[in-house]
Design a protein around this ligand. Structure first.
Ligand SMILES: NC(=O)c1ccc[n+]([C@@H]2O[C@H](COP(=O)([O-])OP(=O)(O)OC[C@H]3O[C@@H](n4cnc5c(N)ncnc54)[C@H](O)[C@@H]3O)[C@@H](O)[C@H]2O)c1
Length: 357
């Protein structure tokens, strides 16, 4: 098993990638370079972790043959150009959410991946943790049965201080609001556990902060399975919680309510009867604890690079979550239901920010 060398681009959440994603796996990863336009941040994070190579030039990182993985943690508005450049340079690429700001952009990335030497893994770290992974195993084992109803709540708090960072709150640089930056994780968890959506009705509004992008959203989904799901998101909740509650024929699942780690135990896993409970016990009886969030996502990425497992999150996964965003914006603008898939004929395919009113 070889150690992969990593360059972190953007030292905000990039610092958490180091702490949670790479340092717990010293035999798998070595963070050898930092890139940030902010020299103070470069010094602070470089000194903290003893990372010697520090640069303000993304091009320098791409030209450095000693780097295997470029981990993009910059503001959303520059993900597309950085991902395309990093793939073209032959590196493996990790990119924070949102991967980019349109389905056209995602499709461009998918085209670039076909010719790339390296592989791209978008970040969806909320998929990892004991609770969510047990639920996934039970559902995949066919124990849960018919899906009835999902309820997904992203009730977080963001104040004007959060929006003092210049790229936040603006269509040009954040690319969206609560749907794109915050609730995307929980919505990805829903799709991960309950499968794809087929029809979407949505509403968005800006009611909490003095910003351009939405900070409240509500959507009603018909899933391909026939189940319904309702999504509720606000950045004005005085108690922050994230919550998924999923009702299937044989099992009801409810996540813990930790806003930024709802994948961790404890989850409520409520069986319809003793027979179902026995089946659940049979598939999770040997459960080995898994670390939540980046720790496990990065571990699986290394396994993939070593030929020992599937790519844990794919561009197709990112597309599915961003297709839902696109559909909610389109529905909110038009006042009509949107039928998935969203393709090039959609008014929001090229740019979901385009407003019709
Ligand atoms: N997965 C999660 O839970 C999670 C949490 C927070 C943020 N994010 C995402 O991570 C990204 C960054 O968010 P953040 O909160 O860390 O923002 P931030 O503003 O704190 O940090 C971004 C850093 O990128 C640097 N930067 C900007 N342009 C650059 C460039 N061209 N080259 C190199 N560095 C550049 C900035 O100087 C800044 O230090 C966003 O896409 C955000 O949505 C994800």
């Amino acid at each position: 098993m070889s150690i992969k060398t990593v360059a972190i681009i953007g030292c905000g959440i990039g610092r958490s990638h180091i702490v949670e994603g790479y340092l717990p796996h010293p035999e798998k990863f070595n963070v050898v370079a930092l890139c940030d336009l902010n020299e103070e941040r470069l010094k602070e994070v470089g000194d903290e972790f003893g990372i010697e190579k520090r640069t303000t030039s993304f091009a320098d990182v791409l030209a450095d043959e000693s780097i295997d993985i470029v981990d993009i943690c910059t503001p959303p508005g520059i993900h597309l150009e950085q991902v395309l450049a990093a793939l073209a340079s032959g590196k493996h690429v990790i990119c924070e959410k949102p991967l980019t700001g349109s389905l056209a952009g995602v499709d461009q990335i998918m085209e670039a991946e076909k010719a790339a030497k390296g592989v791209l893994m978008p970040i969806f770290q909320y998929r990892y943790g004991d609770g969510v992974e047990k639920a996934k195993r039970i559902i995949e084992a066919g124990i849960a049965g018919k899906a009835y109803m999902g309820s997904v709540e992203t009730f977080w708090l963001r104040t004007s201080e959060y929006y003092s960072v210049p790229w936040r709150g603006k269509w040009a640089t954040e690319l969206g609001g609560v749907l794109v930056t915050h609730a995307l994780h929980l919505h990805d968890m829903l799709l991960h556990l309950m499968g794809p959506a087929s029809r979407v009705f949505g509403r968005v509004a800006t009611r909490v902060n003095d910003i351009e992008v939405e900070d409240c959203a509500s959507a009603s989904l018909l899933m391909e399975s026939g189940a319904f799901a309702s999504l509720s998101c606000t950045l004005g909740s005085q108690e922050q919680i994230s919550r998924l509650r999923l009702h299937f024929e044989n099992v009801t699942f409810e996540s813990n309510h930790e806003p930024y780690s709802p994948g961790k135990d404890p989850w409520k896993i409520i069986a319809a009867n003793d027979d179902v409970q026995a089946k659940i016990d049979a598939v999770i009886g040997d459960w080995q604890p898994v670390a939540p969030r980046f720790t496990t996502q990065m571990e699986h990425f290394h396994a993939y690079l070593s030929g020992k497992g599937p790519l844990p999150v794919t561009t197709r996964d990112a597309r599915r979550a961003l297709e839902l965003v696109t559909a909610i914006y389109q529905s909110s603008d038009s006042g009509s239901e949107v039928v998935l898939p969203v393709g090039p004929d959609s008014p929001k395919y090229a740019d979901w920010r385009a407003r019709t009113k």
